[in-house]
Design a binder for this molecule. Structure first.
Ligand code: AMP
Ligand code: MG
Length: 324
C-alpha cells in the first residue's frame, strides 16, 4: 500500500494551484445491478467527467453483451452462431476467449454455455425448467461446442447452445471502468457493479472496508475485509433465487446437471483484476469447498478465496492462512 505522504505529494504535483481534494461519487442502475463509482481528486469537475465516462461505458457494454436486449451483439450471436460462423467485435471475441480459458482451468465448472439450460429459469416468477427441457438442453452445455476462429468468428457446434456472460461481464466492465479512471489521471477510487468491485489506491491513507454478506442474515456481514489496490468479487446463492418444496433455486448453475450448485452459500475472491475475480467466484461456487480452494491454491498464486459452506462455516485459501 502506498504511504499517505506519497499520495499527498502526488496530489500536489498534479494540481498545485487547487486546495485539498475530495471524494466524488455516483450510483446508477445498469446491467441489472447497482453500479457505484467513487474517486478522490482535487479537480471535482475532472472526477465527475471520469465517473460519467465509466457509467457510459457500462451502458455500452450492457447494450452489446446483455442477453435480455434483443439487439445486443450477444443476442445476435445466440440467434445465428449455430447455423453459421458469426463475425463479432474484438471485444466480445476477447471476452469469449477469456471465458474459455476459465472453462479449461476449471474443467468446465465455469461455462458460459450454462445458459443453454439456464435460460429456462425465471427467478422472479419462481420457474425452473421441467425434466424434458433439462434433458433436451443439457447436452448443449459444453464450452467445447463454442468454436472461436481468429480473428473474430464464432461458431456453435450444437443447435441448442445459448451463451450468457453473466458470470464474467460485470467484472470485465469493472476493469474497463478502472482503466477509464486511470486514463483520467485518477489514482484513488473504487468501481463496483453488484458483487464485483475493484479498488485503486486506498481510501486516502486508510483501507476500504468491503463486507462479505452473511448469506442467511439480511443486512448482516460475515466478515469485513480492509482492502487496497485489489479486485474483489462475491458470488452468493441469496442474490437471485426462489424456493420451491424446500429447495433453493438460484442463479449459479452446475454445468454437469443444469441445476443450481448447492455445495456452498457464498464465495469471495480477491485478485489483481475483476474479470478474473468475477469468473473465479462463480467457478469456485460451482466446484465447492475442496476443489474450489484447490483450484485457487494450485493455479492462481496471488489470488485469495473465502468460502462459506452449506453449514455457514468459513474456509480460506492457503494465502489467507492467518485467518484460518
Ligand atoms: P456471479 O454472481 O458473478 O457468480 O454470476 C452469476 C451469474 O453467472 C449468473 O447470473 C449467470 O449469468 C452466470 N452463471 C451461472 N452459472 C454459471 C457457470 N457455471 N459458468 C459461468 N457462468 C455462470
Ligand atoms: Mg462471478
Amino acid at each position: 500500500m502506498r504511504s499517505r505522504i506519497g499520495v499527498l505529494l502526488l496530489a500536489v504535483s498534479v494540481s498545485a494551484a487547487s486546495s485539498a481534494g475530495e471524494w466524488i461519487a455516483d450510483t446508477q442502475a445498469i446491467m441489472g445491478t447497482r453500479v457505484h463509482v467513487e474517486v478522490y481528486h482535487d479537480d471535482a469537475a475532472l472526477a465527475r467527467s471520469a465517473i460519467a465516462a465509466v457509467m457510459a461505458d457500462m451502458r455500452r457494454i450492457d447494450a452489446s453483451m446483455s442477453p435480455y436486449i434483443e439487439a445486443s451483439e450477444l443476442s445476435m450471436m445466440n440467434r445465428e452462431a449455430a447455423t453459421h460462423a458469426v463475425t463479432v467485435s474484438p471485444e466480445l471475441f476477447g471476452l469469449l476467449q477469456r471465458s474459455l480459458e476459465f472453462s479449461v482451468v476449471t474443467d468446465g465448472a465455469f461455462d458460459v454455455t450454462f445458459a443453454s439450460a439456464g435460460r429456462y429459469y425465471d427467478y422472479r416468477a419462481s420457474i425452473a425448467p421441467d425434466a424434458a427441457t433439462l434433458e433436451a438442453t443439457l447436452p448443449a452445455i459444453d464450452y467445447r461446442h463454442l468454436e472461436l476462429i481468429e480473428p473474430n468468428l464464432v461458431r456453435y457446434h450444437h443447435p441448442a447452445v445459448y451463451v450468457d456472460l453473466g458470470g464474467i461481464a460485470k467484472g470485465y466492465a469493472v476493469d474497463r471502468g478502472i482503466a477509464i479512471l486511470q486514463a483520467h489521471g485518477i489514482v484513488e477510487g473504487i468501481v463496483e457493479a453488484g458483487g464485483d468491485s475493484r479498488i485503486i489506491g486506498d481510501r486516502h491513507g486508510r483501507p476500504w472496508n468491503v463486507g462479505v454478506k452473511d448469506p442467511r442474515k439480511d443486512g448482516a456481514m460475515a466478515v469485513l475485509l480492509p482492502l487496497a489496490n485489489t479486485a474483489v468479487s462475491t458470488s452468493g446463492d441469496y442474490e437471485r433465487y426462489f424456493e420451491k418444496d424446500g429447495v433453493r433455486y438460484h442463479h449459479i448453475i452446475d454445468p454437469d446437471t443444469g441445476d443450481s450448485a448447492r455445495a456452498v452459500r457464498s464465495v469471495t475472491i480477491l485478485g489483481p483484476e475483476a474479470t478474473m475475480t468475477d469468473a473465479l467466484s462463480t467457478s469456485v461456487f460451482v466446484l465447492g469447498v475442496e476443489k474450489g480452494i484447490e483450484l485457487i491454491d494450485e493455479h492462481f498464486p496471488g489470488v485469495d478465496a473465502i468460502v462459506i459452506d452449506g453449514d455457514g462455516r468459513m474456509h480460506y485459501s492457503a494465502n489467507l492462512e492467518p485467518l484460518r
